[in-house]
Design a protein around this ligand. Sequence first.
Ligand code: DGY
Length: 338
Amino acid sequence: MTPDSATERWPVLVTRRLPQGAMDAIGERCDVDLWEGPPEAIPRDDLLKRIGGKAGAVTLLTEKVDGELLEAAGPQLRIVANYAVGFDNIDIEECTRRGVMASNTPEVLTDTTADLAWSLLMAAGRRISEGDRLLRSRREWIWGPEMMLGQDVHHKVLGVVGFGRIGQAVARRAAGFGMRVIYFDVFRPPPEVERGVGAEFREFHDLLQEADFISIHVALTPETRHLFGAEQFRRMKPTAVIVNTSRGPVIDEAALSEALRSGEIFAAGLDVFEHEPEVHPGLLELENATIIPHLGSATVETRHAMGMLAAENLIAALEGRRPPTLLNPEAWERTRGG
Ligand code: DGY
């Protein structure tokens, strides 16, 4: 921190109200321009107008941070602190080229998102939301030996696709259910990580055939867009359950909807959607699709922690310190060099 930066206040844009602790932390050091328009995300035109002249911004996954936005902001913009671990909404290369730091909120949401993936896995496998809908419909029902049968979870095979922090946390939870865990990732971790988690590597197409439950934890990139489509669903077991808490476009939703409708696979648990917030109309009709509105990290504790981390990243960059979870160290090096 330079002597002046102790008293200096910076103009910043916050694109949606954050949990109070984070708003307070940012408000202590910055003049905050807050978009107060939920449930909608800040319209693009407003975003482009209001980012102008700001020293920093806290953005959400609903805001595209690209060349156009950085241009509209002006050369004084030092940091874009994303309130999410995923950062497919940010053009990191463009930020780096312009010397703008970008940060995300990893670690603090790992366990919460893993818990949610398990909630969906159980709900889809055991038809929980379908049962809830049945009772609320007030239709008549009576206990029966073959009523609403699901799939056993315990002692089955869990396939984790994307073996980063969240994928590993999901895998670790499987031990309590006596499951065998296999995983696929393009980056293979050292053998001690595999051993520690108790997971065995499989090629992607082998995992599809062997797993009873598949949980997706990849980042959205051009390579992972539609990683799951008609061909992948065909390879899976007819009893298979697929869970997605990563990013919607990793699954071709039209193909998934058809695979669920035709019984090619048993069920899906989805937290994220290809054209979020829209949900493919086919999925809305299906009892075997458990769908929830992007709640992976949505707990009081975790959203607070994400807010505090985003605030810390923002203020660190403004004070001339290195943000703790910086995505583009090259931009930091450039700032330090003047
Ligand atoms: C993320 O952090 O990337 C989530 O999708 C929102 O918590």
